[in-house]
Design a protein around this ligand. Structure first.
Ligand code: SRM
Ligand code: SF4
Length: 589
């Protein structure tokens, strides 16, 4: 059974944590300062020093391995990491060797199967055993969601080769995934990626995910700070400049990071394990820090203040300090209890903070949070679709809608051409699975809007399409309980035909409780659930419905309002919810 975010919140949290990220009186500057946290010195004294002993040690080759004494009760993924570090394949340059082996042969041994299904994910290669046997999805790193035309063409070339088996997706971490990849092509693709300045390393399993930033970084007249250099620096650190960073390959679980650059909070800081919130301290630019935000099937939490501030030059050292605290001390037993918030609960936020401070290099100093951050709490989140003036005079950016993030090779060639012809060759991806074409000369905007591709990828999407997000679902994902992307599009279309809404309604679909499609931040969220039958007693697709998730300032997680609604009977239920909660009316038929 699924537990709603509302029910989950607080259920599993420890008494060691007491947070308040409230708003200041004047509405400008939120409280990421940690005020409201109890003085926890007594709690720190309570911690058994043995608990602060790092669980991993560096071996002679540089891999971090779980110490013998901490191996009792560990989960199967930990065992697999002990048997062979997943990064060996890259670091010891065994890619060609692996690619030369016949796939079925590789799959016939335990080691080979573990490589294919699990270890390869550290390389960004996800075997689609259930729905596309023998083919991989390849997840990239696109720091801050920035991609250029050359890179886009390279990715298009990769998937074109696979015909109907190949396509690409814009993901909910403003990233790109390509599909259809076969084993023997991996070395050439990895080489090609590096030639165009891309990498797929450390993007899956117990690795750091794509660092998210403001999709309007550097072009938005109202931005607070350009997040691109910070996310690029983070990505360089995380992937060891595309060669692998062994310091952080053996984390207890996945880990998400975002750097906020706009009042709109397009970056979703509250659902990241670490979020940098711009804040001035003593006249210096830097960031207050939030930690521990995450979603999982059993528990969802919003990030809490760490009561810490770092100078902008210390963004990477801080990330290293947090990650190595997590690596050294995080739990490695039940996979449902390994995300970083569980560690924060276990230690208490003050002790966790102290451990982070110990790992700040070279200073071993972590300043307390700035009293206020720079986020304007009364800011109304803006829409990025359509044409908007940039901070650079004479230039505009154009936000376009990519229905549920799905791209074909031909779309990508066109996007690359358009980016070159009308802009500076750059494209920006967003966490809503859309795109922005930046740096378009104002005089050329009309011609850009007349491009045939913009009929498919509209700059003026309808109120039900504009906020539509859908995870991969059972077309490719082996964990999916339902089909998502088609169902999302069909429902949005049916609603358009039958319902009038006064403003856009953000609908998110996710194929299972892992919530890759982030239903808890949606106005209306649909989460695939199992065990439901149709009128003939046959299993059928069904969803749990969440409503009321918020993004931007005052963000909060949505609540479960309906359970196990059959997808084919969804329309009337959603129509009623729209009328009841979103001011909708029925269209005259
Ligand atoms: Fe996710 C696992 C797809 C964002 C929570 N996610 C998976 C896998 C890799 C499962 C698998 O091996 O098949 C999915 C791959 C399917 C495929 O073929 O594409 C998958 N996740 C996605 C993407 C592609 C959804 C999308 O359509 O956009 C997103 C890729 C982002 C990226 O570029 O890295 C994606 N996943 C997320 C998010 C959203 C976010 O980061 O803001 C979440 C919830 C937030 C979080 O993690 O705190 C998310 N994915 C999960 C989880 C549950 C994690 C947990 O702690 O329990 C899993 C399963 C797991 O890790 O055990 C998972
Ligand atoms: Fe797959 Fe579930 Fe994530 Fe959707 S939410 S991509 S179905 S793991």
């Amino acid at each position: 059974a699924n537990i709603s975010a509302g029910e989950q919140k607080g259920q599993e949290t420890s008494a060691k944590r007491d947070t308040d990220a409230g708003t200041t009186e004047n509405g400008v500057g939120s409280r990421t300062d940690g005020q409201g946290m109890r003085n926890s010195t007594a709690q720190i004294l309570d911690i058994d020093p043995e608990r602060l002993d790092p669980r991993v040690a560096r071996d002679p080759k540089g891999y971090y391995v779980l110490k013998e004494k901490y191996r009792k009760g560990i989960n199967p993924i930990e065992k697999l990491k002990i048997a062979k570090d997943p990064m060996e394949i890259v670091v010891e340059n065994r890619i060609n060797e692996v690619a030369d082996v016949n796939f079925e042969e590789l799959d016939a041994t335990k080691e080979g199967k573990d490589d294919i299904d699990t270890r390869f994910k550290w390389l960004g290669l996800f075997h689609r055993r259930k729905h596309q046997y023998g083919r991989f999805m390849m997840r990239l790193k696109l720091p801050n969601g920035v991609i250029n035309s050359r890179q886009t063409r390279f990715l298009a070339n990769c998937i074109k080769k696979y015909g109907p088996n190949g396509c690409a997706d814009v993901t909910t971490r403003q990233n790109c995934q390509i599909r259809g990849v076969v084993n023997e092509d991996v070395p050439a693709i990895l080489k090609g990626l590096s030639q165009v300045g891309l990498t797929s390393l450390q993007s899956g399993m117990d690795s750091v995910r794509n660092p998210v930033g403001n999709p309007l970084a550097g072009i938005d007249p109202s931005e607070i700070i350009d997040t691109r250099p910070y996310n690029q620096a983070l990505s360089n650190y995380i992937t060891g400049n595309g060669t692998g960073n062994l310091e952080i390959t053996n984390l207890p679980r996945k880990w998400n990071v975002a750097v906020v650059g706009s009042h709109d909070l397009y970056e979703h800081p509250h659902i990241n394990d670490l979020a940098y919130i711009p804040a001035m301290k003593d006249g210096k630019m830097g960031f207050n820090l939030l930690v521990g935000g995450f979603f999982s099937p059993k528990r969802c939490e919003e990030a809490i203040p760490l009561d810490a501030w770092v100078h902008e030059q210390d963004v990477v050292p801080l990330c290293h300090a947090v990650l190595t605290t997590f690596r050294d001390l995080g739990a490695r037993s039940n996979r449902q209890k390994c995300r970083m918030m569980w560690l924060i609960d276990d230690l208490g936020v003050e002790c966790f903070r102290q451990e982070v401070e110990k790992r700040m290099l070279p200073s071993k100093v972590l300043e307390r949070a700035a009293p206020e951050d720079l986020i304007n709490q009364s800011w109304k989140r803006r829409d990025y679709f359509g044409v908007h003036p940039q901070k650079q005079q004479g230039l505009s950016y154009v936000g376009i809608h990519i229905p549920v993030g799905r791209l074909q090779a031909c779309d990508m060639y066109e996007l690359a051409r358009i980016a070159d012809e009308f802009g500076n060759g750059e494209l920006r991806l967003t966490v809503e699975q859309n795109m922005i074409i930046p740096n378009v000369c104002n005089e050329r905007v009309e011609r850009l809007l007349a491009e045939p591709l913009l009929k498919k990828f509209s700059p003026v999407p309808s109120r039900f399409m504009s906020g539509l997000v859908a995870c991969t679902g059972n077309q490719f994902c082996g964990l999916a309980l339902i089909e998502t992307k088609q169902a999302a599009l069909m429902l949005a279309q049916s609603l358009e035909e039958t319902i009038e809404v006064p403003h856009a309604v953000r609908m998110h679909w996710t194929g299972c409780p892992n919530s890759c499609g982030q239903v808890q931040v949606a106005d209306i969220g649909f989460m695939g659930c199992g065990g439901v039958k149709d009128e003939n007693g046959k299993p059928c697709d069904a969803v749990d419905i969440f409503i009321g998730g918020g993004v931007g300032t005052g963000s909060h997680l949505g609540k479960l309002v309906r359970s196990a609604v059959r997808v084919k009977e969804l329309l009337p239920t959603v129509q009623d919810l729209l009328i009841e909660h979103f001011g909708a009316t029925r269209k005259q038929q």
